[in-house]
Ligand binder design. Structure first.
Ligand SMILES: [Zn+2]
Length: 420
């Protein structure tokens, strides 16, 4: 199972948001204090046109972001864990080779960046807004080819390019100074994160294509994540990226930039295409959130915090509707029976009592073991579902003993569903 992991060194980050590949669960502690007062668009409007609320300037960002990583590296060495080439010379060489190719064609190509490999098994990589990218050894081992490594690396560079970490910090400082009240809504925070992820995905896919790596690789990663984890809507929705949507969006972006891609070859027009391409235009006065707005901002295009704020609001509203729908669908699911099939699989029979025909139904189960570890598994239900219809789902978990289930807590949930 791919699990959402903690970002090492997170407690060192009082304000600086870490954008990690594995998602946002670990960021919640950091996020909680942010956006305390982002309730009024007019407050934000005052900074329209200055999307990057850079209080420190890029050099200051680099100092601040890098200090976090350097402290983490020190901790790693002190606790006897090796890093980078000491840890795994072959994987590190591979990482650096791919990283250099991607970084060299990106918006921050004039900066000297460094890839760091750390001894963690989880599927994760992150940046802190400076000039390091930190990659878990587990990620290198789980990704299936160099194109996929490029996709991750490009996504992480894109977070820094789009100034996501410091944008949050800037908002925080600003809203604290503004002193307005009102609560930081969890949904809003998650939606902001979601928008930032989308933006980094788009920029990253373009980088991959320009650097000569298959731009479809990002969508393959998210498809695989989806098969392993599902979407985990409802219960976990706020803290996880939505894997199936992410796969589809990355696929669409890749399709659009495919003409820039030639396998293994840097696009000779890369510098020009970074500024003006099928995803965004430098000349456009307003770039919608999630459409490369961060890059446009970096390049000096007028783009307000307002734009992303609006994008986040719409996204929040959309997510709330989807959550409400999935929760309502769950209420209409009646469990009829559970039957053991063999050592590691069992069938659950359900009846759907709702009034709305469904498609894209995915059932999930959360299993909490004696140690409190939670694993989630999904079972997609093919086709559509009529009101009153009965159906079955099979949970098939190779590394699992059904006999042990009696000692565990099970909770079924609806992972995803759409009205037909
Ligand atoms: Zn990300």
């Amino acid at each position: 199972m791919v699990r959402i992991s903690a970002v090492p060194g997170l407690r060192l980050l009082p304000l600086l948001a870490v954008f990690s590949l594995a998602g946002c669960e670990s960021m919640q502690a950091v996020d909680r204090g942010l956006y305390r007062a982002v309730d009024s668009v007019s407050e934000q409007d005052r900074v329209t046109g200055q999307r990057s609320l850079s209080f420190a300037g890029r050099q200051g960002q680099i100092r601040q972001g890098n200090a976090v990583v350097e402290q983490l590296l020190q901790q790693e060495l002190q606790s006897g864990r090796k890093v980078s080439s000491e840890l795994d010379a072959r994987q590190y060489r591979r990482l650096v080779g791919i990283f250099d190719r991607v970084q060299r064609i990106g918006h921050l190509s004039d900066e000297r960046w460094q890839a760091v490999l750390i001894d963690r098994p989880e599927f994760n990589a992150f940046t802190t807004g400076g000039t390091y990218i930190v990659v878990h050894l587990g990620l290198m081992q789980q990704l299936q080819d160099d194109d996929e490594v490029a996709a991750v690396v490009a996504h992480e560079i894109a977070h820094t390019v789009a100034n996501h970490a410091f944008e949050r910090q800037g908002h925080q400082t600003l809203t604290t100074l503004a002193g307005s009240g009102s609560a930081g809504r969890d949904g809003y925070q998650a939606a902001f994160t979601h928008e930032s992820e989308r933006e980094a995905d788009r920029i990253g896919v373009l980088y991959s294509a320009l650097a000569g790596f298959d731009p479809m690789a990002a969508s393959r990663i998210w498809e695989r994540q989806y098969r392993q984890q599902g979407n985990a809507r409802g219960l976990f929705f706020h803290t996880h990226p939505v894997n199936s949507e992410r796969a589809a969006e990355n696929r669409e972006t890749a399709r659009r930039v495919m003409t820039y891609y030639s396998p293994g070859r840097e696009n000779p027009r890369a510098a020009e295409l970074l500024q003006d391409n099928v995803l965004w235009r430098k000349s456009a006065p307003v770039v919608a959130a999630g459409q490369g707005g961060g890059v446009a901002a970096l390049l000096g295009t007028a783009l307000g915090a307002y734009v992303q704020h609006e994008g986040a609001r719409q996204e929040e509203a959309r997510q709330q509707r989807q959550i409400a729908f999935v929760v309502a669908v769950m209420e209409e699911m009646e469990k009829v029976s559970e039957t053991v099939i063999d050592q590691h699989s069992w069938r659950v029979r359900w009846r759907y009592r709702g009034q709305v025909p469904l498609q894209g139904l995915v059932m999930g189960v959360m299993i909490r073991d004696g140690a409190g570890e939670v694993q989630r598994y999904i079972a997609p239900v093919p086709g559509s579902l009529r009101p009153g219809q009965a159906f079955g789902t099979v949970f098939d978990i190779p590394d699992f003993k059904v006999g042990a289930l009696s000692r565990m807590q099970l909770k079924y949930y609806v992972d995803d569903a759409q009205p037909l």
